[in-house]
Design a protein around this ligand. Structure first.
Ligand SMILES: Cc1ncc(COP(=O)(O)O)c(C=O)c1O
Length: 424
């Protein structure tokens, strides 16, 4: 991660000092590196270009649930990517970032009527269907609108794929996707539907998938299912093989991308379909830091709390998944180390970023950077405790831009309305 370096004793994102950003933008603030995102996109694309024939390159649809700021979407659009979306809101963000609708794929277990209408009106590349009731729902709407829906069925292979229980999505007890038998039923049903084109299958087994073996295990039944569909006379022209590519938060051994690409070439390419991938975290996760200021160093009986000005409402991952995030000082980086429990100011014990973490000794007013917060950071934030959410900043070389301003408490409160009957 060469985009995050110490220069003259201060942590920088590319050429911009985090101390300068804190002075000019304030804290807490999310800060992202454009170069990192470009680098990750190029690495994934490069691995595919090396292993797969030129005419079989995948469409890399960025799973924008990871970080849906329109500037980030525009950056990925400029790089030639497509988009994976899960809501009408994400569709609108994608269109605002100028994505060609024909490069957008839509997933999600509970697409609403208005969402399906918006997807059909926009002309998205495909809708990934998660259940047979959803197939009927889409057919009803498509027939009413007289717009054909291109769909693929999300196959649930009943394999545990993710790095944490709450981010595994491919087990039969998970709410996602359809079993093999129901896939055949779905294709047969779709055949009788005038406004539905069943074109293939999708699979996404979870997030933080560290080994090719896990993909192999999950996808091993896929060629058989494709063969069976074809032998029953159905067309299978698209395979969307999902996301899940991991990043390093601590010291995890990462997926060997070349080995993964080789696996795609050996197993997926021979199935002779268009190939789609949905990387999210991989592209943006390590592009971001959450910049924060120390409010207090609070000695307690058996520990010292480092109370910082960011909290679980800004970054939920530690409280939601017990996720590890590396934390480091922006300045005074050579100070002797001690142990801190790093916590936010919210009224929950869960508002803890780390316990007993070895960190450089620090004091009130100093800056800290919480690393690897480019994915599932800001986009999962909330206004809990009526806290205004932080701004988002995008660094590009020696320049930076505020790509979302800090919220104001006035704006938050202005959304509440007191009904007449409560006013005396
Ligand atoms: C259907 C689908 N595709 C892609 C992703 C992106 O996963 P990741 O960020 O691990 O690449 C997700 C994540 O939840 C997902 O549900």
């Amino acid at each position: 991660m060469s985009e995050f370096t110490e220069q003259n004793g201060v942590l920088h994102v590319e050429q911009v000092s985090l101390e300068r950003i804190a002075e000019e933008v304030g804290t807490p603030a999310y800060v992202y590196s454009a170069a990192h995102i470009k680098g990750q996109f190029d690495r994934l694309k490069g691995a595919m270009e090396k292993a797969l024939p030129a005419d079989r390159q995948p469409l890399l649809c960025y799973a924008c649930k990871a970080n849906s700021n329109v500037a980030i979407l525009k950056l990925l659009n400029n790089l030639g990517g497509g988009l994976e979306i899960v809501s009408e809101g994400e569709l609108r963000r994608g269109l605002k970032a100028d994505f060609d609708a024909n490069k957008i794929v839509s997933t999600g277990v509970g697409k609403t009527t208005s969402e399906i209408k918006a997807l059909l009106s926009a002309g998205v590349h495909q809708i990934n269907i998660e259940s047979l009731p959803e197939l009927h729902h889409i057919n009803d709407i498509a027939s009413e609108m007289k717009i054909a829906a291109d769909v693929v069925f999300r196959f649930n292979p009943n394999v545990s794929g993710g790095g944490h229980d709450k981010i595994s999505t491919g087990r039969k007890e998970d709410k996602f996707g359809i079993s093999e038998e129901k896939i055949y039923e779905g294709f047969a049903l779709a055949q009788g539907m005038k406004y539905v084109n069943a074109l293939g299958l999708s699979m996404h087994i979870g997030s933080q998938v560290f080994t090719v073996e896990t993909f192999e295990d999950a996808f091993k039944t896929l060629p058989g299912v494709v063969g069976e569909l074809r032998s029953r006379g159905f067309t299978v022209s698209r395979l969307d093989i999902g996301g899940g590519f991991p990043i390093q938060y601590q010291d995890e051994d990462l997926l060997d991308l070349d080995a993964y690409a080789q696996w795609v070439n050996d197993i997926i390419v021979p199935l002779d379909t268009e190939i789609i991938m949905e990387p999210g975290r991989y592209l943006v996760g390590n592009s971001g830091v959450l910049l924060s200021t120390v409010e207090h160093v609070k000695p307690a009986e058996d520990r010292t709390f480092l109370v910082i000005d960011t909290a679980m409402n800004d970054l939920m991952r530690p409280s939601l998944y017990d996720a590890y995030h590396h934390i480091e000082p922006v300045t005074h980086r050579d100070a002797p180390k001690t142990k801190y429990d790093v916590v936010g100011p919210i009224c929950e014990t869960g508002d803890t970023f780390s316990r007993g973490r070895e960190l450089q000794e620090t004091e009130r007013g100093r800056l800290m950077a919480i690393r690897s917060t480019g994915a599932y950071g800001f986009c999962m934030s909330s206004n809990y405790n009526t806290r205004a959410r932080p701004p988002e900043v995008l660094v590009n070389g020696d320049q930076y831009a505020i790509i979302r301003p800090r919220e104001s408490v006035d704006d938050i409160i202005a959304q509440d309305h007191i009904p007449d009957w409560l006013i005396d």
